[in-house]
Design a protein around this ligand. Structure first.
Ligand code: 13P
Length: 265
């Protein structure tokens, strides 16, 4: 199965408008003339989406720039109205947003987003034809207590409740073990591969083997230029969701280069 790997920069609460402009200037000049068997995605904070869209979707933007997809880091599960501080899927669509990260562990842990809320966000995103990057993952305590598979199964089953086969085909899953996020501790490629294979097996139970074989599952958690190739060589790992190492143009590019050269083309 030739799944095109997807490398997404999750900038979290970093990179305002001027930093976004600086990043793109450098990143696009490095990218010029290069082609990878990979999809490149950038998820800036909401306030920088318009700047990203202006640069990447300008009629004079290079082919490499046009090919970069824009993602949001979150969306509201509501359409519009009295939800102070929230951003709707239709607002995101206006800014050429294509993907939306849903259920990042920071949203779950710090902002108390539940499986039910995340499920509502996935449905809302699909109504607007946005593609969810749905994040799942266990804490260290859960892993050490032998709960890895139960946690992943629950997050998948509840998060994808009543998501159709057609909508699943537009979705990406990001497996991010919480203990590997921002810690410098990466899952070994064997640990990551095992978890990805398990996720794919649960999707096969829920949606059948064909849908499972087509689904892209990204790994996230301390991905760096030095570990990208080994992780991406695993058969069930289809790209990366990158935090810290995607804040710097050179290291984001090296992750894409090192990670995509090990994939089938
Ligand atoms: P780091 O790459 O900084 O560990 O962050 C991973 C992550 O949370 C991406 O969503």
């Amino acid at each position: 199965m030739n799944r095109k790997p997807i490398f997404a920069a999750n900038w979290k609460m970093n990179m305002g408008v001027s930093a976004t402009e600086d990043f793109l200037k450098s990143f696009l000049s490095k990218l010029q003339g290069q082609s990878f068997h990979a999809e490149i995605v950038i998820a800036p904070p909401f306030v920088s989406l318009a700047k990203l869209a202006d640069i990447l979707r300008s009629p004079s933007a290079s082919n490499e720039a046009q090919a970069i997809q824009i993602a949001a880091q979150n969306c509201s599960e509501h359409d519009a109205g009295a939800y102070t501080g929230e951003v709707s899927v239709l607002m995101l669509r206006e800014l050429f947003v294509h993907y939306v990260i849903i259920g990042h562990s920071e949203r779950r842990a710090i902002y108390g987003e539940t499986d039910a809320t995340l499920n509502a966000k996935i449905h809302k995103a699909r109504e607007a034809n946005l593609k969810p990057i749905f994040c799942i993952g266990e804490t260290l305590a859960q892993r050490e207590a032998g709960q890895l598979e139960a946690i992943l199964r629950t997050q998948l089953t509840a998060g994808l409740k009543e998501v159709s086969d057609k909508d699943l085909a537009e979705l990406v899953i990001a497996y991010e073990p919480v203990w590997a996020i921002g810690t410098g501790v990466t899952a070994t490629s064997a640990q990551a591969q095992d978890a990805h294979a398990f996720v794919r097996s649960v999707i096969a139970e829920l949606y059948g083997p064909d849908s499972a074989a087509k689904l892209r599952i990204q790994y996230g958690g301390s991905v760096k230029p030095g570990n990208a190739a080994e992780l991406m060589a695993c058969p069930d790992i289809d790209g990366a969701l990158i935090g810290g190492a995607a804040l710097e143009p050179q290291s984001f590019l090296e992750i894409i280069r090192n990670g995509s050269c090990t994939q089938d083309s």
